[in-house]
Ligand binder design. Structure first.
Ligand code: ATP
Length: 587
């Protein structure tokens, strides 16, 4: 994104803080005036001292005290308002980024690691906020202070003032060169930090795997590589900043020294008062100091613009919806679902994952989808949920093409129990209540009871208020599943999408989960991806999927009679279970 475009977009956020910026303009101008006043004060006191005018001392003391109070108050407001501007802009951007993260399409999420996206809302957001507060205000104040000091210097001694001004073009040049270098370095640094945070998220989420596989050293080595790149880029940044500072310091101090020597020469010649020379030195600080700071500040602001680019590229990402849907909405009526000749392929692949898929399900039916791994079963669910647009064919619910429905309306038909039950950090109550907005206590308890979760919840010290931990790590697999089922019960949507868990549970836990599922399925149309075929022998219809095609369809007995693909799958699995049982008995 071009720099002016980024600035324009940032300006949109800054405009909302116009009151604070107005206040900051006032404190900035007052700050400049107070700085100049110090120079004037220095000159007046020195000249009065040289002239022996001691009677003016009470006036100087009184004035100095009042102005000091002003300086204190102004400095407080200036600092506070800069921080407030930065905090407010960060808050607005964080909200927009979070809203966008919730709206982006599933394909976009497939292509972008969550850790990487996370850094946009954390470190990038921080840097942009800082850029719009302290850095930006210094970038505006410094040239004003430089100009005001220059005018004052002109009034004192125009030849000296012109010598001081020689530093100006040089600083602009340094700022231009180093600012560009800094922006490019910051961009690379952010990218690497993003990769590192993605890596960290993966590692922290896989504690059991890295501990049992002994991957600690390997992960540390990988982390060290990210770390080394960061060190390299930060060191480069330090070099660029250091070079900018040192070049501007050398030239700044050179100008300062030349001007002082020339001023002292004119004092010696009698064409400049000592007081004026002191004021001159003070003003030189206001002129040279800001000039020297400008390249660094400009470089830092460029860095913030680089971070803003990253946030805006996320804000521009394709979204599924314009507005976030209403919370916990579920349709109550459903009569039929039809998939006709659906062909679908993921953008990253050239082969269709689903190929001419057709099926029909009516209200109250249980349809099981079975087949070898990678056959396209989960993809079928993802298409029904509208996660990806289909390439060819049609999916309709109650006779309406889902492409013509809002995603909100479409998803209102479904309750989803995924294979890996995702619980959000919070209490058991919060997680169950996610099924329905404003669920009452009774509704939550009834859902927990129907899901066979109530007894174990009440057995816990804090009952429904028990914290589930990160992604539910404080609960067992079966407990998580039952909470997930309770959430789906509370949602009370007419179609249930059930991705049967492959993880084996012990017999008792399995019985409780199966019983909870039967209660959840009662009165609902259910599409179930089944991995253990023994659980779906009573399904109204079984679809056998292979390489993206439905190769067989019918009732269990019918398919067994045909002795084809389903028969093979079923008997193979049955044989495996028998072998497993025999092994256990021998042990
Ligand atoms: N987001 C994605 N992007 C690209 N390809 C994908 C994506 N998700 C799945 N696939 C591919 O699509 C194919 C079907 O995957 P899918 O998850 O639908 O299979 P499945 O039948 O549910 O398998 P399983 O029983 O192992 O869960 C696989 O080859 C998989 O690699």
């Amino acid at each position: 994104m071009s720099q002016s475009k980024t600035m324009n977009r940032l300006f949109f956020y800054m405009k909302r803080q116009r009151l604070l910026y107005t206040g900051l303009t006032f404190t900035m101008l007052l700050g400049v005036a107070l700085d100049l006043w110090i120079a004037w004060f220095l000159s007046s006191v020195t000249n009065a001292a040289s002239a022996g005018e001691m009677e003016r001392w009470p006036f100087f003391i009184g004035l100095g005290t009042v102005v000091l109070l002003f300086i204190g108050l102004n400095s407080y407001l200036d600092h506070y308002w800069k921080t407030k501007v930065s905090v407010n802009i960060r808050k607005d951007m964080r909200n927009d980024t979070m809203e966008q993260l919730l709206k982006v399409s599933v394909p976009y999420r497939d292509d972008n690691h969550s850790g990487e996206l996370l850094s946009r809302i954390t470190t990038d957001n921080q840097a942009v906020g800082d850029g719009c507060g302290h850095t930006l205000m210094s970038l505006i104040k410094n040239p004003i202070l430089i100009m005001a000091s220059f005018v004052y210097l002109l009034l004192i001694h125009w030849q000296l003032a012109l010598i001081c001004l020689a530093i100006g073009p040089l600083t602009v040049l340094i700022g231009g060169i180093f600012g560009k270098l800094m922006r490019s370095n910051t961009g690379k640094l952010q990218e690497t930090l993003g990769h590192m945070s993605a890596f960290l998220q993966d590692v922290l989420g896989g504690v059991a795997v890295y501990k049992t596989f002994g991957l600690e050293r390997k992960l540390l080595r990988k982390f060290s590589r990210h770390n080394a790149t960061i060190v390299q880029l930060e060191t480069n940044g330090g070099k660029v900043e250091g070079a900018a500072t040192s070049v501007s310091e050398v030239f700044g101090n050179l100008t300062f020294l030349i001007a002082i020597l020339v001023a002292a020469f004119w004092v010696a010649k009698g064409s400049l008062e000592v007081g004026a020379m002191l004021a001159f030195i003070q003003l030189m600080n206001y002129l040279v100091g800001p000039f020297m700071q400008l390249p660094g500040q400009w470089a830092s602001f460029q860095g913030s613009l680089g971070r803003a680019d990253r946030i805006f590229s996320l804000l521009d990402a394709p979204t599924e919806v314009e507005n976030l849907p209403e919370e916990g909405y579920a349709n109550k009526v459903f009569s039929s679902l039809t998939m006709s000749d659906v062909i679908f392929q993921y953008s990253s692949s050239s082969i269709p994952v689903l190929d001419s898929v057709c099926f029909h399900a009516t209200g109250g039916e249980v349809v099981a989808v079975v087949g070898a791994s990678g056959g396209g079963k989960s993809t079928l669910f993802k298409l029904l949920l509208g996660f990806y647009p289909i390439t060819t064919g049609k999916i309709s619910i109650d006779g309406i093409n889902i492409a013509e429905m809002s995603l909100h309306e479409l998803r209102g038909y479904f309750a989803y129990v995924p294979q890996e039950n995702h619980l959000f950090t919070g209490t058991i109550r919060d997680n169950i209540a996610d099924g329905k907005a404003d669920a009452s206590e009774d509704e939550i308890i009834n859902a927990a009871r129907s899901a066979n979760a109530y007894d174990f919840i009440m057995g816990m010290e804090e009952g429904l208020d028990t914290q589930v931990g990160e992604r539910g790590t404080r609960l067992s697999g079966g407990q998580k599943q039952r909470i997930s089922i309770a959430r789906a019960i509370l949602r009370n949507a007419p179609v249930l999408l059930l991705d049967e868990a492959t993880a084996a549970l012990d017999n008792e836990s399995e019985r409780l989960v199966q019983d909870a599922l039967l209660k959840l399925m009662a009165g609902r149309t259910t599409l179930v991806i089944a991995h253990r075929l023994s659980t779906i022998t009573h399904a109204d219809r079984i679809l056998v999927m292979e390489n993206g095609r439905i190769v067989e369809s019918g009732h269990h007995t019918e398919l067994m009679r045909q002795r084809e693909r389903y028969y093979q799958l079923y008997t193979t699995q049955l044989q495996k279970e028998v072998n497993h049982q025999e092994m256990l008995e021998q042990d």
